[in-house]
Design a protein around this ligand. Structure first.
Ligand code: 5GP
Length: 116
């Protein structure tokens, strides 16, 4: 059984977060340490620790994450200028919270995809 992270508490609204969207499959909230003018995390409500743990039965939630990202980008006013969606898996990618999440970042020119 995977161990819950702080994100499960955010989904259940047991700890504060700036939630911008929530439905039966996904929750989206502002990152506590934003790396761009807009930095929102979009997560499945069900705990999936890493992308390696994704199953076919998760496809509805994963698809919803994409449609919600597009909707939030429009709400944030960054859809036309552009934005980036990032998902980190395990240590080489720098994953620190083991509940999969999509970073939606934008609001200025984000530069090259990778720093090295
Ligand atoms: P990762 O490196 O795992 O892809 O990204 C984890 C992200 O979660 C980081 O950008 C970090 O700032 C954010 N984060 C960690 N703890 C919290 C929290 O308690 N609240 C919010 N809103 N964001 C968090």
């Amino acid at each position: 059984m995977a161990e819950e992270t702080i994100f499960s508490k955010i989904i259940r609204r047991e700890i504060p977060a700036d939630i911008v969207f929530q439905d039966e499959l996904v929750t989206a909230f502002r990152d506590i340490s934003p790396q761009a003018p807009t930095h929102i995390l979009i997560i499945p409500n069900q705990l999936i620790p890493t992308l390696n743990d994704v199953k076919a039965s998760d496809e509805a939630a994963l698809g919803r994450m994409m449609t919600v990202a597009a909707k939030i980008a429009k709400q944030e006013g960054i859809a036309e200028d552009g934005y980036r969606l990032i998902m980190n898996c395990n240590q080489d990618a720098g994953q620190v919270v083991f509940h999969i999440h999509m970073h939606l970042v934008g609001g200025h020119n984000l530069g090259p995809l990778l720093s090295k």
